[in-house]
Design a protein around this ligand. Structure first.
Ligand code: NAD
Ligand code: UDP
Length: 349
C-alpha cells in the first residue's frame, strides 16, 4: 500500500480513480483548485470507500498546480503512518478542445507550465513516480485502425498540443535524470459513472461531449441532441469514437501505479480504450434501450475540428498491465443515467 498524490482528484476521472485506490488500501492526498469540480465529489468518494469523515487516509488540499507552495504542501503531506508521498497521478488540467482554440495561452499555462512545476516539486521532494493523463486526440486524424501507440502523432489543436508537449517533456526528463518511473496514458472516451450513482461527470454549463449531453436530454434538461454530421466516411455516416467506462479507466491507473512501483522503470506510452468504436447513432440507440428513455434528436452539420473516427488498439495495455476494459456499452449507459437521474444538477443539487 502506498501514499499517493492525485492532482485533479475531484474531477470526473480523478474521483473514480481516488475511490479505486482507497478501496485498494492506499492513502491519498488530493490537490485540486475546484475550477471544474466540487469538494462534494471527494466527500462522496470518502463515503463510498467507507472512511470516517475526518479520516487521514484522504487529505484534501484546495490549491493550484501552478503554485510551488501548494505543491510543496501536497507533496509534504504525510500519510497517517508517517509515510511520504511515493507516487503522483496527474489529472489536473484543462480539457475542452474548443476553449483551447480560444484561449491557447491558458492551456499552455495550466497544462504545460503546471506539469513542469509539478515535476520540479517532485524533484524537490525526491518523488519520481508519475502517471500522466494524455489523450487520444494527439493522433489527429489517423488513417489506420485501430490506432496503435506507434501511429504518428498529429495534434491539431492547443489541447492536444499541450498534452503531447508534456509527454515529450517527461520523456526528456527521464532521459536526463535516472530514477524516474513514468506512465503516459492516452485515454480514448471515458463515459459512465460509478454504479452507485453517487459520483459521476459534472460538466459546468452546456456539455461539449456526447454522453453527458445525451443524459441531460434524457432527464429533460435539454430539448434535443444535435448530431454533428451524418456524412462522415463511416458505415452510418455519424462519427465513431472508442467509449470506455470510467471505472475501467480508474482501474487502469491502479494497475499502472502498481507496475511502476514494482518494475522501477517507465512504462511505454499506452492507449486506454476498448478497441471497438461506436457511432453516435449506435450510442443513442444503446442508451434508449438500456434506460427506456427516448432521445429526441436532429441532424446538423459537422462540428468544427471533429474527426470521423478514433478507435484505439488496447493490445499493449493488455500485454503490459494485464488491463482490459471489461464493462460494456449497456453498463456505460445505465451507470451514466443512474448518476444523472439521481443528481440532475450534479454536485450542486
Ligand atoms: P475534469 O475537469 O473533470 O478534472 C480535472 C480536475 O483538475 C478538476 O477537478 C479541476 O478542478 C482540476 N484542475 C484544473 N486546473 C487545475 C489547477 N490549475 N490546479 C489544480 N487543479 C486543477 O477532467 P477529467 O475528465 O477528469 O480529466 C482528467 C484528465 O484526463 C485531464 O488532464 C484531461 O485532459 C485528461 N483526459 C480526459 C479525457 C476525457 O474525455 N474526460 C480524455 C482524455 C484525457
Ligand atoms: N457529438 C454529437 N453531438 C453532441 C456532442 C458530440 O453528435 O452534442 C458527436 C461528435 O461529433 C463525435 C462524438 O459525438 O462524433 C463524440 O464527441 P465527444 O465530444 O463526446 O468526444 P470527442 O469528439 O472529443 O472525442
Amino acid at each position: 500500500m502506498a501514499h499517493l498524490l492525485i492532482t485533479g482528484g475531484a474531477g470526473f476521472i480523478g474521483s473514480h480513480t481516488a475511490l479505486v485506490l482507497l478501496q485498494g488500501g492506499h492513502s491519498l492526498v488530493v490537490l485540486d483548485n475546484f475550477s471544474n469540480s466540487s469538494p462534494e465529489a471527494l466527500r462522496r468518494v470518502a463515503e463510498l470507500a467507507g472512511l470516517d469523515h475526518d479520516s487521514a487516509r484522504l487529505q484534501v488540499i484546495a490549491g493550484d498546480i501552478r503554485s510551488p507552495a501548494d505543491l510543496d504542501r501536497a507533496l509534504g503531506a504525510a500519510a497517517p503512518g508517517g509515510e511520504r508521498v511515493a507516487g503522483v497521478i496527474h489529472f489536473a488540467g484543462l480539457k475542452a478542445v474548443g476553449e483551447s482554440v480560444q484561449q491557447p495561452l491558458r492551456y499552455w499555462d495550466v497544462n504545460v507550465n503546471g506539469s513542469r512545476l509539478l515535476v520540479e516539486a517532485m524533484q524537490r521532494h525526491g518523488c519520481r513516480t508519475l502517471v500522466f493523463s494524455s489523450t487520444s486526440t494527439v493522433y489527429g486524424e489517423p488513417q489506420r485502425f485501430p490506432i496503435s501507440e506507434t501511429c504518428a502523432t498529429d495534434p491539431r489543436h492547443p489541447y492536444a498540443q499541450t498534452k503531447l508537449a508534456v509527454e515529450w517533456m517527461l520523456q526528456a526528463l527521464e532521459t536526463s535524470e535516472t530514477g524516474w518511473c513514468i506512465g503516459r496514458l492516452r485515454y480514448f472516451n471515458p463515459v459512465g459513472a460509478h454504479p452507485s450513482g453517487r459520483i459521476g461527470e459534472n460538466p459546468l454549463g452546456v456539455p461539449n461531449n456526447l454522453f453527458p449531453f445525451i443524459t441531460q436530454v434524457a432527464s429533460g434538461q435539454r430539448p434535443l441532441l444535435r448530431i454533428f454530421g451524418d456524412d462522415w466516411p463511416t458505415p452510418d455516416g455519424t462519427g465513431i469514437r472508442d467509449y470506455l467506462h470510467v471505472m475501467d479507466l480508474a482501474e487502469a491507473h491502479g494497475l499502472a501505479l502498481d507496475w511502476l512501483m514494482q518494475h522501477q522503470r517507465s512504462l511505454p506510452v499506452l492507449n486506454l480504450g476498448t478497441g471497438r468504436g461506436l457511432s453516435v447513432l449506435e450510442v443513442v440507440q444503446a442508451f434508449e434501450t438500456a434506460t427506456g428513455r427516448t432521445i429526441p434528436r436532429e441532424l446538423v452539420g459537422r462540428r468544427h475540428g471533429d474527426v470521423a473516427r478514433l478507435e484505439g488498439c488496447p493490445r499493449l495495455a493488455a500485454s503490459t498491465l494485464g488491463w482490459r476494459a471489461s464493462r460494456n456499452l449497456e453498463q456505460m449507459c445505465r451507470d451514466g443515467w443512474t448518476w444523472q437521474n439521481a443528481n440532475p444538477r450534479g454536485y450542486g443539487g
